[in-house]
Write a protein that binds this ligand. Structure first.
Ligand SMILES: NC(=O)c1ccc[n+]([C@@H]2O[C@H](COP(=O)([O-])OP(=O)(O)OC[C@H]3O[C@@H](n4cnc5c(N)ncnc54)[C@H](O)[C@@H]3O)[C@@H](O)[C@H]2O)c1
Length: 394
């Protein structure tokens, strides 16, 4: 763990930041940005419902509470973080860019590749930079995985399994209905974390395919003001997918809002020299663990307790850069600000967003048509963050 105050020793100039959407995740963004990222000065929050913005502003001591249009007209705001529900991202992103603000959008960036391309073309026209969630692949755990992989700790990778198995959001989210409408579901809500981790670590996707299932038509709400009511389900809530990366690595991905208990690993990469495992790409902080082939082969003919224990054990690997927090948001916004400062592309920028959006659309198309989907976009692995370094200094 780092000394948290170090994170505020920023070398960047200060950016005026506005939050659009004053719901659940806005609180994580604001708390983390205020605590860790000095360069990002949150000067205003907004919502379609002004009272929600007012409450949020009071909670975090933010000077201004707005409705959407007012935020976009405020000359003090340079970067807007769009934290509205998925169905509003494209329309609001265009308004943000139209107002000449740099944009960081929550996931999913857009429902289709065509819409993502439109938003990004508009950003170019307006001279604005764009970043998007998930930014968890920038955090210490997954960045450390990147260095260990590149150092050959498991030899040549050939297979990844990623499994997001939950029973949906209606047990904890106060507004769960949006998660079961077109444009959301586990594929748009959760697959982005796993796909962006895979692409950031192992490179772009070439071909993919998926099957989907929708075990229930109505979901029961268990928490919040709507507890006891039912939500109609408009889309599949389980996807099982396969993919092949440009590198030849084969991927198996399951994302589900229908699984109540599971022993599937959340994220494991297999190479010809061993296995790397990671607790959950939805979380930035997490300790990678390794199992090396020699643990088995060196003791293959021994069955004494020490050899047997070694055959089973995964070894923890140190994280190579400071861990901000286990569950954290805002690093992608810092990376965007650092890129604006340095005049370089940001890590979760256009190429990456287009590729992940196409993969999400391709998985849904494949599940509908029963055909393989061949990707038309590609991207390079994002620049790694140097061991020991803070993202803003790289
Ligand atoms: N909740 C989480 O744990 C979580 C985690 C990571 C990412 N996200 C993503 O963040 C986004 C928001 O999720 P949430 O859970 O905070 O949702 P939420 O429903 O709690 O909050 C969304 C807010 O946006 C406001 N809003 C709706 N339409 C608007 C408009 N046109 N203009 C301005 N404000 C508008 C709503 O009034 C609401 O306050 C989603 O894209 C989601 O995928 C959520």
């Amino acid at each position: 763990m780092c000394n948290m105050t170090d994170w505020r020793g920023s070398a960047l100039r200060t950016y005026g930041v506005g939050i659009l959407g004053s719901g659940v995740i806005s609180r994580t963004y604001i708390a983390d940005i205020q605590k860790f990222y000095k360069a990002l000065d949150i000067r205003a929050v907004a919502d379609i419902d002004w009272r929600l913005a007012r409450t949020l502003a009071d909670e975090f001591g933010i000077p201004k509470a707005y409705v959407t249009g007012e935020l976009l007209q405020d000359p003090d705001i340079e970067i807007v973080i769009n934290l509205t529900p998925p169905q509003f991202h494209v329309e609001l992103d265009k308004q943000i860019l139209g107002a000449g603000k740099h944009l960081f959008s929550e996931k999913p960036f857009a429902p289709t590749l065509a819409e993502a391309a439109q938003v990004l073309a508009y950003a170019r026209e307006k001279g604005c930079m764009v970043g998007g969630a998930p930014d968890t692949f920038l955090c210490s755990g997954l960045q450390s995985m990147r260095w260990y992989l590149d150092a050959g700790i498991i030899g040549t990778p050939f297979f990844v399994t990623a499994n997001m198995t939950t029973f949906g959001v209606e047990t904890w989210h106060p507004n769960p209905a949006a998660f079961y409408r077109q444009g959301a579901g586990p594929i748009m809500d959760m697959a982005p974390y796993y796909l962006s981790a895979i692409v950031a670590l192992l490179g772009p996707i070439e071909t993919l395919a998926a099957f989907s299932a929708q075990p229930s038509q109505i979901r029961r709400v268990y928490a919040g003001p709507r507890a006891g009511s039912g939500i109609p389900v408009e889309l599949p809530t389980h996807y099982s997918a396969i993919a092949r990366l440009r590198s030849g690595v084969v991927v198996n991905l399951n994302v589900s809002f229908d699984i109540y208990g599971s022993n599937l690993p959340m994220f494991e990469i297999y190479g010809d020299g061993g296995t790397l495992t990671y607790p959950d790409p939805n979380f930035g902080g997490g300790t990678p663990r390794v199992y090396r082939k020699e643990q088995y082969t060196d003791t293959a003919y021994r069955n004494d307790p020490e050899a047997e224990a070694r055959k089973r054990r995964f070894y923890e690997l140190p994280e190579l850069m400071p861990r901000v927090k286990d569950y954290s948001r805002g690093l992608g916004v810092l990376d965007l600000a650092a890129a604006i400062d340095a005049g370089v592309p940001n890590r979760s920028g256009p190429e990456f967003l287009l590729h992940i959006t196409e993969a999400l659309e391709g998985l849904q198309l494949s599940a509908k048509t029963g055909s393989f989907y061949t990707m038309t976009t590609t991207c390079e692995r994002t620049r790694p963050i140097a061991p020991g370094g803070y993202p803003e200094t790289i």
